[in-house]
Write a new protein. Structure first.
Length: 118
């Protein structure tokens, strides 16, 4: 199971750090990542990271602003979000999949709300 936390209300230009804590099993061999869904829009991929922590990858709209990382010893993944924009407002979900992230993944977190005010 995955538990996302760290969302909140922040002004444009501010920062937030999301966490995704895994429990019930080790996710050290799973690719993990973040997705988001804004009101009236489809869920979209934001960032992903391989099981080893290397090769992070991002959607173009967050490159240079967001940083994904993981600590397998703590079974936790993070998303550091800087220079936030109002268009980043969404519910953010963490996910894990043994065979690579997609729209359907083995595990999903419950979501945490991020609201960026202008």
């Amino acid at each position: 199971q995955l538990q996302a936390s760290g969302g909140g209300l922040v002004q444009a230009g501010g920062s937030l750090r999301l966490s995704c804590a895994a429990s019930g099993r080790s996710f050290s061999r799973y690719e993990m990542g973040w997705f988001r869904q804004a009101p009236g829009k489809e869920r979209e991929f934001v960032a992903g990271i391989s099981w080893s922590g290397g090769k992070p990858y991002y959607v173009d709209s967050v490159k240079g602003r967001f940083t994904i990382s993981r600590d397998n010893a703590k079974n936790t993944m993070y998303l550091q979000m800087n220079s936030l924009k109002p268009e980043d407002t969404a519910v953010y979900y963490c996910a894990a999949d043994r065979n690579g992230l997609g729209l359907i993944n083995d595990y999903w977190g419950q979501g945490t709300q991020v609201t960026v005010s202008s």
